[in-house]
Design a protein around this ligand. Structure first.
Ligand code: SF4
Length: 326
């Protein structure tokens, strides 16, 4: 591990000042410390923001949810309002990582976590994300777990977060505070496609801090849930996953929110699947037809062609579970 300075701040102004001077924010540290040990990350200064007052979950005036950036994953998963209003968030969190990690890791840190691409974490491998211009060892290497959607010729790494898939499905907003004040960023614009610049992963500007994630109010009743498919049943990242929320009234689907994980360079929203569902009556035939659009535009690699069918099956199964025809 390389030497670094460490500061613990207790108010946001102090944090922003330290951030503006180039300090790297840290809270749970469950990703960053690992990467520092492996020398993948070498920040010169850490700014510990664990004491900032960003640890509440509240219901917004319109009936949505405001989740503070420093709420621990386990706290958010167990929160009664999260469980009752958006089970898809609780389920995504509970299927993530391990109990120990969920007790430490924060919501803000979770969406900022970096890829699990093994070449990214191996400092002897070529990796455009770690070292712009170096090349991408995964493109022609062993890429079974890599992305099939949103890839470029410069990077094919998946985004590893589960809860970010739920946030993408629900069309969340990220609240941000920086030297220029507060702003909000739609979740769809927060995590960036790799394109030519895979080292640029998010929309935060220099010194900015995530303060909360807001989930919009959605029509009730709303049924939602998260399905994760992986090589083993615990402490493993998704090969495919699906976050689904459905509003059904009078026997007709009035609103559908669907996003998938384990397959995209960012959590991947499926508008074609959503459009196929809205205005229709739940049925097994509908789930199958809608899910057949899940892999539209996918570009499989040498070792992950199986994800095309697995993705469609994952979406179909989760539509059936949430839609109540299983
Ligand atoms: Fe690096 Fe992305 Fe290639 Fe992995 S897929 S080696 S993270 S550039």
């Amino acid at each position: 591990m390389h030497p670094f300075d460490y500061t613990r701040v207790s108010d946001t102004r102090e944090a922003l000042n330290a951030g503006r001077r180039g300090g790297r924010y840290i809270a749970g540290g469950t990703t960053l410390v690992d990467l520092m040990r492996e020398t993948v990350e070498r920040p010169g200064a850490l700014v510990d923001i664990s004491d900032l007052p960003l640890r509440e979950v509240t219901v917004t005036e319109r009936g949505g949810l405001h989740i503070g950036a420093l709420v621990r994953m386990a706290e958010a998963a167990a929160h009664p309002k999260v469980r009752t209003l958006y089970p898809v968030i609780s389920e995504a969190l509970e299927l993530s990582a391990s109990a120990q990690l969920r007790n430490m890791a924060t919501i803000g840190g979770n969406i900022m976590q970096r890829t699990r691409c093994t070449y990214f974490r191996d400092v002897t491998a070529d990796c455009n994300k770690r070292e712009p211009g170096a090349g991408c060892a995964a493109l022609h290497g062993y890429n079974r777990t890599h992305a099939i959607l949103g890839t470029s010729d410069h990077c094919v790494a998946t985004h590893p977060s589960d809860v970010a898939v739920a946030f993408a499905a629900l069309e969340a907003t990220v609240h941000v505070l920086g030297p220029d004040g507060e702003r909000t960023v739609p979740f769809a614009d927060f995590l960036l496609l790799p394109g030519h610049t895979p080292h640029r992963e998010h929309a935060l500007r220099n010194g900015e801090l995530i303060t909360a994630v807001e989930i919009p109010a959605l029509p009730r009743p709303l049924r939602s849930g998260y399905l994760k498919v992986r090589d083993r049943q615990s402490y493993e990242f998704a090969l495919t996953s699906a976050a689904v929320a459905l509003h059904v009234r009078g026997g007709v689907i009035r609103e559908a929110k669907v996003a998938v994980g384990g397959v995209g360079t960012v959590p991947w929203k499926l508008p074609a699947v959503e459009r196929h569902l809205v205005g229709e009556r739940p049925s097994d035939a509908l789930w199958e037809a809608a899910a057949s659009r899940a892999a539209d535009g996918a570009r499989p690699l040498a070792h992950n062609r199986f994800k095309l069918e697995l993705l469609q099956r994952t979406v179909e199964r989760q539509l059936r579970i949430v839609g109540g025809t299983k």
